[in-house]
Ligand binder design. Structure first.
Ligand SMILES: N[C@@H](CCC(=O)N[C@@H](CS)C(=O)NCC(=O)O)C(=O)O
Length: 222
């Protein structure tokens, strides 16, 4: 690894999209090494040295490798403060910023369960309608929280767009596959604002085609 290598270990439409988008907001373009969840490429010795649990993203940057999307976004925000995408200790929005950064993973863990059950199980007959129903309801509850937040303002923080919008905004790509967004007009407007960002559009172009979802919507009882 060289000091100046910037390389994202990436699965299209996965949490590594957060890093692609954050880098685009910072005007940084990484090399991309592509992986796929079902083909074993995340379990090679070489990749496990970069990300020990075999998960994406992993980012080679500044002569080191970082895994965990939240850690990567916080590192980028802190080391590139001129972009004002983070909220440092002592800043008024620090606590809200931290809450939203971590809330994004509360919601993403629900989406991961839904993805596993609906999309990744080799034998679909092993999926659990009970788990699917509970997780769809839990996802709806997280959308209620976001609906309230972005009814009051354009971005999660009153001070403006931040890395927390990237952490959480990424999830809103997957959420509509499992919960209809009709009762969430403010979330839909928030998604429109996200998609209007040039850096988001650039990251989508670099992301590559998603290969998970073959349907527009996955009802819990299907
Ligand atoms: N909390 C971690 C979660 C990483 C994660 O689970 N990534 C998924 C893709 S969204 C993955 O690599 N899954 C591969 C697997 O579970 O085998 C993060 O935010 O980076």
């Amino acid at each position: 690894m060289t000091e100046d290598r910037l390389c994202l270990h990436h699965v299209p439409s996965s949490r590594s999209f957060r890093v692609l988008w954050m880098l685009a907001e910072l005007g940084m373009t990484p090399e991309i090494e592509l992986y796929a969840i079902p083909d074993g490429s995340l379990r090679t010795t070489d990749f496990l040295e970069k990300s020990p649990a075999g998960r994406v993203p992993a980012l080679e940057i500044d002569g080191q490798v970082i895994f965990e999307s939240g850690a990567i976004l916080e590192y980028l925000a802190e080391t590139r403060p001129e972009a004002a995408l983070g909220r440092a200790p002592g800043q008024t929005e620090r606590v809200d910023y931290l809450q939203w950064m971590h809330f994004a993973e509360t919601q993403a863990s629900i989406l991961a369960n839904l993805n596993l059950q609906h999309v990744f199980l080799r034998d679909p007959s092993t999926k659990s309608p009970t788990v699917l129903k509970i997780e769809a309801a839990r996802l709806a509850r997280t959308l209620d929280v976001i609906e309230r937040a972005v009814t009051e303002r354009d971005w999660l923080l009153a001070g403006g767009f931040s890395a927390a919008d990237i952490m959480l905004g990424f999830n809103l790509y997957a959420a509509p596959f499992f919960v209809r967004l009709d009762p969430y007009p403010a979330v839909r407007d928030y998604i429109d604002r996200i998609e209007a960002r040039p850096a988001h559009a650039k990251a989508r172009l670099m992301d590559g085609p998603q290969a998970f979802y073959s349907r527009d919507f996955y009802p819990w009882d299907s």
